[in-house]
Ligand binder design. Structure first.
Ligand code: ADP
Ligand code: MG
Length: 197
């Protein structure tokens, strides 16, 4: 489970996040909406353990995965290598199976630059789920995709979450996506930003 207790974050004099409390149980998905620049990615990075410069307390399970706003794939490594370098214990067969689950069966030897944005997002999702995460944070995984690709990505994410049941924090600015995936929706708003229902 994920638990935030009085989490505050400032960049120099600017207080971005103000005393945020949030709990997400195992198997639960919470969505976070809010305008651009409000602090959503900042919050996710702290939850994922990528930023330790904050006040308050963050509890998270040992295995946590983050899918970034821009797919952060290694450009000179194939799709299979992108999975296996992050998860050294993952066998080639397991990595291939993970690719198949996200619809990239025949892309194992492709480099990220040879994949469409939608396929890169699928690969990033495969990489996140390959570690069997107990917690998952997703930063606008459906943004800047055409409606058809976004819908496919949404259905895929929904399926993977239902199978693995991590505690999930999803950032999006589309309420329809939030309503479909999450059992609870919060809005981040204000200066410093706080959570509203
Ligand atoms: P969102 O993801 O909601 O669009 P961000 O979390 O990326 O917003 O940014 C929140 C605020 O913090 C913005 O005003 C942004 O300019 C600022 N910010 C983000 N990262 C840094 C940083 N490394 N240094 C200083 N300010 C930052
Ligand atoms: Mg952001």
């Amino acid at each position: 489970m994920i638990r935030l207790h009085l989490l505050s974050k400032r960049f120099g004099p600017a207080e971005v996040l103000g005393r945020i409390d949030l709990q997400i149980a195992a198997g639960e998905t919470v969505a976070l909406l809010g305008p651009s620049g409000i602090g959503k990615s900042t919050l996710l990075r702290i939850v994922a353990g990528l930023d330790s410069d904050f006040e308050g307390r963050v509890e998270r399970p040992g295995r946590i995965a983050m899918v970034f706003q821009e797919p952060t794939l290694l450009p000179w490594r194939t799709a299979l290598q992108n999975l296996r370098l992050v998860h050294p214990g993952l066998s080639r067969a397991a990595a291939q199976d993970m690719l198949a689950r996200v619809g990239l069966t025949d892309k194992g030897r492709a480099y990220p630059g040879q994949l469409s944005l939608g396929q890169q997002r699928r690969l990033a999702l495969a990489r996140a789920f390959a570690g069997q995460p107990q917690a998952l944070v997703l930063d606008e995984p459906f943004a800047s995709l055409d409606p058809e690709t976004a819908e496919a990505m949404l259905a895929l994410t929904e399926r993977l979450i239902a199978e693995a049941r991590p505690a999930t924090l999803l950032v999006t600015h589309a309420r329809a996506e939030a309503e479909r995936l999450a059992s609870r929706i919060h809005v981040l708003d204000g200066q410093p930003a706080v959570l509203r229902r």
